[in-house]
Design a protein around this ligand. Structure first.
Ligand SMILES: Nc1ncnc2c1ncn2[C@@H]1O[C@H](COP(=O)(O)OP(=O)(O)OP(=O)(O)O)[C@@H](O)[C@H]1O
Ligand SMILES: [Mg+2]
Length: 275
């Protein structure tokens, strides 16, 4: 299918024990970092939204970012994509310092990433299938027939094989979310950033999306998933981290967070809260 787009994958995966010692250098030597935030601080007006955040995501692993509303989760993702620049600190993607890249280099790094924003903003004026085809038309020189075929296959992966020609306004909220995910996956990105995949989905669809993400990870894709859904984070995440008031207050495997010294972290982990 779109296999030629997959590049630079490493099959190597860290085992869980390697990720359990929480330090800034938690990624095991020999395992490459897909993403690293190094002492990132960001304020809006005078409010510090990210306060000295350091984290790494090893290639081919799932990283789930947790935290209450307004704690800086989406802002963190926007730094990784290069939509926001840190006031201090560095953001690396595949070893490249994202805020320092020129427009062409940034475009190249972004091409290796798929992202699904919180509101899964589809273009309302074009069909669902053309939404998925959009990044393919933009970034490849494939023939129209191939682009349609790949877009159709991506829609099938999220259970929307019959919806190519529909307009986004005619989809349910959950279908829009899935279409957004298909678009994020269109170029077979090495890194997939997803902001709240289960928000607004019924539990069965939500489980299906989780399984899809886990399957992508098995294929080598690095996942960064923002979620309020703890069962989903347990399923997807090799590592979980919790932001609170812009600071990373916990980081580790789900089991480690369950045993955190911090009652708030434990309470968060006990919640079954969907969405
Ligand atoms: N571009 C911006 N300009 C000014 N303030 C911003 C901007 N983007 C985010 N903020 C503020 O930063 C804070 C963190 O926002 P963010 O969207 O990261 O929260 P979140 O953790 O994703 O919350 P939620 O779970 O509700 O999505 C909020 O107070 C928000 O208003
Ligand atoms: Mg958010």
């Amino acid at each position: 299918m779109s296999e030629p787009l997959r590049q630079g994958r490493v099959a190597q995966r860290p085992d869980d024990s390697a990720l359990s010692g929480r330090t800034a250098d938690a990624v095991r030597p020999g395992v490459r970092e897909a993403i690293k935030l190094d002492h990132v601080t960001k304020s809006f007006d005078k409010r510090k939204v990210l306060d000295d955040v350091t984290l790494e995501v090893a290639e081919g692993t799932g990283f789930c970012l947790l935290g209450r509303s307004g704690t800086g989760k989406s802002v963190t993702l926007k730094h990784i994509i290069g939509l926001l620049r840190p006031d201090a600190g560095h953001v690396f993607v595949h070893g490249k310092d994202v805020p320092e890249l020129n427009a062409r280099e940034l475009a190249e790094v972004r091409r290796s990433m798929g992202f699904l924003f919180q509101n899964s903003a589809l273009f309302d004026s074009i069909s669902v299938g053309e939404n998925v085809a959009f990044p393919l038309r933009r970034h490849t020189d494939w023939a129209d027939s191939k682009i349609r075929e790949v877009a159709r296959a991506k829609l099938a992966e999220v259970g929307l094989e019959n919806d190519y020609g529909k307009m986004p306004a005619d989809l349910s909220g959950g279908m829009r979310k899935r279409a957004g995910l298909a678009r994020a996956m269109a170029l077979d990105p090495d890194i997939l950033l997803v902001d709240e995949p289960s928000a607004g989905l019924d539990p069965i669809t939500s489980d299906e999306i989780d399984q899809l993400l886990v399957d992508l990870k098995k294929g080598g894709t690095t996942l960064v998933v923002v979620t309020h859904n703890i069962p989903s984070a347990r399923h997807i995440g090799d590592e979980l981290a919790m932001l609170h008031d812009g600071r990373l207050i916990a980081r580790g495997t789900a089991e480690e967070l369950d045993r955190s010294d911090d009652e708030m972290v434990r309470a968060f982990m006990r919640s079954e809260g969907g969405g």
